[in-house]
Design a protein around this ligand. Structure first.
Ligand SMILES: C[S@@+](CC[C@H](N)C(=O)[O-])C[C@H]1O[C@@H](n2cnc3c(N)ncnc32)[C@H](O)[C@@H]1O
Length: 266
């Protein structure tokens, strides 16, 4: 049976323009039959310019592959995955307004994409692993970014994770020893030591910005959650392969995971 989004109907340019307007402010600048959804985006032609910077890091042919787009917004990356022939694409986001935009865009493009309202914290409910998980622009909006990475690793990433985060602070990455004596203080003052900047109020007028890492911290968190960084095509973008997450085996994380798995069963 065809899903709603695959029932292709012809839209006139006027109808598209009208619907884009009705769907409120767009964060993704999509080109829908020649009409742009966010032509005045403060970042420029976003996220097209971002995509161009890392698109060559992903397979050109995604036939038969499954993709999960976490924090999909209006679905720009989900649509790109479909253009590359991905067999199944699921987009999740907490914001119903963005999901409505995504469903409309997929309909106009005739792309069969499943969009669901769901938080990254709930991915266990999908009960499915995906060949590629896109996780761009979400981490710094979370109060618990490391938990989210752990959950993605445990429940949904089969092979590749594409991670992107806003970064601030130093872009040098210092060598960090696996351990230091208790008296060590200087290493924490090195600019290339992994550091997370906590935003108590708001950043760029946005109260949902909570934690902004420096480059060393983004890399260290990915490794700690069990991902091997295989490519770094752009400052903020990391292509990662799933490896072992040894931290889950430790008692605190293990207990958390057991309680989450229990929650999924019930
Ligand atoms: C900066 S936008 C990034 C959108 C898109 N991934 C991109 O890279 O262009 C952040 C998106 O994450 C969504 N989001 C915020 N918190 C989330 C959460 N806990 N789980 C899933 N999505 C979330 C927002 O609604 C928004 O669509």
């Amino acid at each position: 049976m065809k899903t709603h989004s695959t029932i292709r109907r012809q839209w006139s340019q006027e109808e598209i323009r009208q619907r884009i307007h009705e769907l409120g402010q767009w964060f993704h600048n999509l080109n829908l039959c020649g009409i742009e959804t966010a032509p005045d985006h403060f970042l420029g032609d976003y996220p097209s310019f971002k995509w161009r910077a890392f698109e060559r890091s992903l397979p050109a042919d995604l036939s038969g592959m499954t993709v999960l787009d976490v924090g999909c917004n209006a679905g720009f990356f989900s649509l790109e995955m479909k253009k590359r022939g991905a067999g199944r694409v699921v987009g999740i986001d907490t914001d119903d307004g963005y999901l409505e935009q995504a469903r409309f865009a997929a309909q106009v493009c005739g792309a069969d994409i499943e969009f669901r309202q769901m938080s990254v914290y709930e991915v266990a409910r999908l009960r499915e692993k995906f060949d590629i998980v896109l996780y761009t622009g979400v981490s710094y909006h979370l109060r618990h970014p490391l938990l989210a990475l752990d959950l993605l690793h445990e429940f949904v990433v089969r092979d590749l994770l594409v991670f992107q985060s806003l970064l601030r602070g130093s872009t040098t990455v210092d060598r960090v020893e696996p351990d230091y004596p208790f008296a060590e203080a200087d290493v924490f003052n090195q600019s290339g030591y992994p550091k997370m900047h906590f935003v108590e109020d708001r950043f760029a007028g946005d109260p949902t910005n909570w934690w902004i890492p420096n480059l060393a911290c983004a890399e260290a968190m990915l490794r700690s959650a069990g991902f091997t960084i295989v490519e770094h095509p752009e400052l903020e973008v990391f292509i990662c392969r799933r490896a072992a997450n040894t931290v889950w085996a430790q008692e605190e994380s293990g207990a958390l995971l057991r309680s989450l798995k229990g929650g999924v069963r019930s």
